[in-house]
Write a protein that binds this ligand. Structure first.
Ligand code: ATP
Ligand code: MG
Length: 467
């Protein structure tokens, strides 16, 4: 059975209130019954003590107990307490005695039994032998009998029954009160406490159905407020991821379509005889294929990096070596672009625990960018050094640079500063994304800043591997 939280709350409050009411009822009942019995027995005891002089007087008057066998109705007269003047005769016989000081309404005298000195029952209640409460009847220092009482074990008077009925009525009233209280609390809780939870639940439902724009407006500072805050964050992340996925697909198809379209057009032209299949055409075709090839292999690298499967074979190496090798490989291209290279390395080794091939890929991408995005007659300064526990590599080039608002985004996939796409030299916008994955895989950090030379400053920090 599916129970709503409101129903469960209602049941819990009701059960608690009922149990408390029941326990209090039982406790009151037990207390009162016990107390009442105790009161009755106390009264009876007082009555027993008060009866002793009368019974003694009866014995003294008749000399033995046989008068009680002959005149059983004298028994109850005997039990009446003596008058204040202590008169014996009148005590027993006079019918107009003043009302007793002790309550006769308890019915205690009906529970009195008289035993003779030999402990045989003479008169009164059918008690087999004196037990519990008894008083000796002595005349001239000699015990002539026993006055005993059977204590009250239970209360069954009409008053007591009335009390019980009142108690039951009160219990019903308390039960009804508990029911109303439980309903009120459950209603209040569901209104004030559960309503916000329901709103979050409904929003979650919408989010699960793909509505990433859904948000919860919950300003409370309690757990539900925190939940709403987290929910909104989750919705925002999902929305952003979905948007990034869409952009990625759009960029990817665009990047693939461009070289493929060029290839297709050139091949058609050759087929139609518009263009001749000579060395130059082949070179052009080759370059489009190379572009496609680079794009696909970059995407492959990135997707491997995303699933953490880009292979790294790390060893302790001197970072200066791949840096020098890459700079050497680019020297000619940089010179032909009119870019002056300034490579500054410390005399000692720059030890890092790294994959040399990946580091080469990193520097290749960065130098490639500097070649592409630095105007002729510019400069490229590469400065590497050890600082604290890190090896720092700074690549600073001259104009053009990247606007401040775009500096953080240059590491996003397919990001290109507006216009770069149209430059003949422009790439797909994956180079720096790969660079950032490589640096992260080496537990380092990479950041883009404005270079003092007027262009872009790429600052890399890698953990120094001490020998
Ligand atoms: N040294 C630089 N100077 C100025 N702008 C740069 C520099 N390096 C990168 N950029 C800008 O950052 C963008 C992203 O660079 P990234 O290397 O990721 O992609 P790309 O070079 O355009 O393409 P790919 O590297 O995939 O061939 C570039 O398009 C360019 O606009
Ligand atoms: Mg690049």
């Amino acid at each position: 059975m599916k129970l709503s939280i409101t129903a469960k709350l209602f049941a819990a409050v009701l059960a608690t209130a009922m149990v408390v009411a029941l326990a209090m009822g039982v406790a009151a009942h037990v207390n009162l019954t016990r107390g009442f019995l105790g009161y009755l027995n106390e009264q009876a005891l007082l009555r027993l003590d008060a009866a002793v002089p009368g019974v003694t007087a009866g014995y003294v008057q008749y000399g033995d107990w046989t008068f009680l066998t002959r005149q059983p109705d004298l028994w109850y007269r005997l039990l009446r307490p003596l008058t204040d003047d202590g008169g014996i005769d009148t005590a027993v016989i006079s019918p107009g005695r003043p009302p007793p000081g002790i309550s006769e309404l308890t019915g205690a005298t009906r529970r009195f039994t008289l035993f003779n000195a030999q402990r045989q029952r003479v008169a009164g209640f059918e008690l087999p032998s004196p037990q519990g409460v008894e008083r000796a009847i002595s005349v001239d220092g000699r015990i002539v009998g026993w006055l005993a009482m059977a204590p009250f074990q239970s209360v069954s008077s009409a008053a007591e029954r009335r009390f019980e009925a009142a108690q039951t009525r009160a219990s019903w009233a308390v039960g009804l009160g508990a029911l109303l209280l439980a309903a009120a609390i459950a209603l209040w809780a569901s209104r004030t406490l559960l309503m916000p939870v329901r709103r979050v639940a409904a929003a979650t439902h919408r989010l699960a159905a793909g509505d990433y724009e859904t948000r919860v407006n919950e300003a409370s500072r309690d757990e539900v407020g925190q939940l709403s805050l987290d929910f909104n964050r989750l919705a925002y992340t999902l929305q952003r991821n979905e948007q990034m996925r869409r952009e990625f697909m759009a960029d990817l198809s665009h990047e693939l379509r461009t070289p493929l379209g060029v290839l297709h057009g050139e091949l058609e032209a050759i087929e139609d005889g518009v263009r001749r299949l000579d060395a130059q055409t082949l070179r052009s075709l080759q370059s489009e294929v190379a572009t496609l090839n680079k794009l696909v292999s970059d995407l492959y690298d990135l997707s491997l990096a995303d699933v953490g499967a880009l292979a790294y074979r790390k060893v302790d190496i001197d970072l200066a070596e791949p840096l020098r090798a890459t700079a050497g490989a680019f020297a000619e291209r940089l010179a032909s672009c009119g870019i002056q290279l300034d490579l500054r390395l410390p005399p000692g080794p720059l030890m890092v625990f790294a994959d040399e091939r990946r580091l080469q890929q990193l520097f290749n991408n960065l130098l490639e960018n500097s070649c592409r995005y630095t105007d002729a007659g510019g400069r490229l300064r590469i400065h590497a050094r050890v600082e604290g526990r890190n090896v720092l590599i700074d690549l600073q080039d001259s104009a053009p640079g990247v606007a401040d608002e775009n500096l953080a985004r240059v590491f996003d996939r397919f990001f290109r500063v507006e216009g770069s796409r149209n430059r003949a030299s422009g790439g797909a916008g994956l180079g720096l994304a790969i660079c950032s994955r490589i640096v992260e895989a080496h537990d380092g950090s990479i950041a883009g800043r404005a270079s003092p030379l007027g262009g872009l400053w790429i600052a890399i920090s890698l953990p120094h591997a001490k020998l």
